[in-house]
Ligand binder design. Structure first.
Ligand SMILES: NC(=O)c1ccc[n+]([C@@H]2O[C@H](COP(=O)([O-])OP(=O)(O)OC[C@H]3O[C@@H](n4cnc5c(N)ncnc54)[C@H](O)[C@@H]3O)[C@@H](O)[C@H]2O)c1
Length: 361
C-alpha cells in the first residue's frame, strides 16, 4: 500500500451494484481499511447485497442510510458525526468514492429530473462538504466515479476515447454525469480539493440490478421470457468486470494526481450487444430463438471504447478478467442466486415494459 492508501473509505451509493462489489473487495482484500456506506437505498440497492458481501467482516463496515441531496446528512457523514444503522458512531473518512447516482439510461429518458437532482445536486452536496472539511484542515481524496457515456458516441473506425475527448453526452443520464464531472473540475481548480474523476466503461458482474443488459437477459432467459434487443443489436460497448473497476479505483485513490485529473478506465473489451446476448444464451445452453429486436432507444450511442493508457502509466493497473471468463462466471452467479434476483424482478420488469411497450415521445 502506498502512504496515500485510505484507512477509512466512504462510499456513496455503496449498496448498489458497483458499490456492493467494492465493499466486498475492500473487506476481503484490504484488511486495514474500514468502509462507510452512505446510501438512500433506492430501488437499485438490493437489501441482501451488503449482508452477503460483508459476512465475517461486519465490524469494519458502517452503513448509513442517507440521501446525497441532503446537505446536512452528507456533511455529518463526511465529518464523522453520523451514526450507522446499528447505532455505532461512524468514523471520519480520509477518502471518498462517490458512486451514488441514478444510473439507468432508459429510466433517465422516461423521467430525467431525478437524474439531475441526485447526480448533479448530490455531487454539489459532497463537494461542499469537502470544502468544509478542507476549511477544518482535513484534505480528503475524492474519487468521482463517472462514465464513458459523457463522451457520446464513436464511429466504427475512430480510435478509443482519451481523456482529451470533448464531452458530448447524448442521454439525460450522460448529461447529468457530465455536468457532475464539470462541477468536480470547477471545485478542484477553484478550491484545490484533492479530487479526481474516473470514467469507466460498461461494468458487469454479480449483484447488478436486472434492468441492465447482462442481468436482464440472463434472468429473462432463465424465466423463458423473450429477450428484447434494441434495434439491430450492433451497438458496441467496452465491457469491464466490476472487480477490475474496483481495483482501478483503489489504484487511483493511492496515486499522486493533480486536482481535477481525469482517468479513463476500460479493458479494450469491445463487444456488440447482440454478441453479448448470444454469449449468454450459449452459456445457458439455450438457442437464440427467444431474441426479439425491439424499436431502438432514442439517441442510442453506437459505440464506446476507452483508452486507459493514462491510468496504466500512472498506477500500473491492468484488467485481470477476460470477457469470456467474466461473462461465464456472471451467468453462473445469477443461476446460483435466483432468490436474489427474483426478489427484485417485479420492479425491473415493470421498468423494462414501460420502456419497450410505451416508447417515449
Ligand atoms: N454500471 C456501470 O456500468 C457504470 C459504468 C461507469 C460508471 N458508473 C457509475 O458508477 C456509479 C455506480 O453505478 P452502479 O451501476 O453501481 O449503480 P446502481 O444504480 O446499481 O447503484 C446506485 C446506488 O446509488 C444509490 N442512490 C441513488 N440515489 C441516491 C441518493 N439520492 N442518495 C444516496 N444514494 C443514492 C442507490 O440506492 C444505489 O445503491 C454511478 O455513479 C454510475 O454513474 C457505472
Amino acid at each position: 500500500m502506498s502512504d496515500a492508501s485510505p484507512q477509512t473509505l466512504l462510499i456513496t451509493g455503496g449498496a448498489g451494484f458497483i458499490g456492493a462489489n467494492a465493499v466486498g473487495w475492500l473487506l476481503r482484500r484490504q484488511p486495514a481499511v474500514q468502509v462507510v456506506v452512505f446510501d438512500a437505498m433506492t430501488y437499485a440497492a438490493h437489501p441482501e447485497s451488503l449482508p452477503m458481501v460483508s459476512r465475517g467482516h461486519e465490524a469494519r463496515l458502517f452503513v448509513v442510510r442517507g440521501d446525497v441531496r441532503d446537505a446536512t446528512a452528507v456533511a455529518a457523514c463526511v465529518h464523522g458525526n453520523a451514526r450507522d444503522a446499528r447505532g455505532r458512531s461512524v468514523p471520519a473518512c480520509d477518502s471518498i468514492w462517490h458512486m451514488a447516482a441514478e444510473s439507468h439510461v432508459d429510466r433517465s429518458i422516461l423521467g430525467p429530473t431525478d437524474f439531475v437532482d441526485t447526480n448533479v445536486i448530490g455531487t454539489l452536496r459532497l463537494l461542499e462538504a469537502l470544502r468544509g472539511a478542507q476549511d477544518g484542515g482535513r484534505q480528503i481524496r475524492f474519487v468521482h466515479v463517472s462514465t464513458d457515456e459523457v463522451y457520446g458516441s464513436l464511429s466504427p473506425t475512430e480510435p478509443p476515447f482519451t481523456e482529451a475527448r470533448p464531452l458530448a453526452p447524448s442521454s439525460p443520464y450522460a448529461a447529468s454525469k457530465a455536468a457532475s464531472d464539470l462541477l468536480v473540475q470547477g471545485w478542484a481548480t477553484t478550491y484545490g480539493l484533492d479530487a479526481v474523476i474516473t470514467r469507466c466503461s460498461n461494468n458487469y458482474g454479480p449483484f447488478q440490478f436486472p434492468e441492465k443488459l447482462i442481468p436482464l437477459m440472463v434472468t429473462r432467459a432463465l424465466g423463458g421470457a423473450p429477450l428484447p434487443v434494441y434495434g439491430d443489436g450492433k451497438q458496441v460497448r467496452d465491457w469491464l468486470h466490476v472487480e477490475d473497476h474496483v481495483a482501478a479505483l483503489w489504484a487511483v485513490t493511492g496515486a499522486a494526481a493533480g486536482a481535477g485529473r481525469v482517468f479513463n478506465i476500460g479493458a479494450s473489451g469491445e463487444q456488440e450487444n447482440l454478441a453479448v446476448v448470444h454469449g449468454i444464451l450459449t452459456a445457458l445452453g439455450k438457442d437464440p430463438s427467444s431474441i426479439e429486436h425491439v424499436r431502438d432507444r432514442p439517441a442510442h450511442d453506437r459505440r464506446y471504447a476507452m483508452d486507459a493508457s493514462r491510468l496504466r502509466a500512472a498506477t500500473g493497473w491492468a484488467p485481470q478478467v477476460s470477457f469470456a471468463d467474466g461473462l461465464a462466471a456472471t451467468v453462473r452467479w445469477y443461476v446460483a442466486h435466483e432468490p436474489w434476483w427474483r426478489a427484485v424482478q417485479g420492479e425491473s420488469q415493470r421498468a423494462a415494459e414501460a420502456m419497450y411497450l410505451s416508447p417515449p415521445r
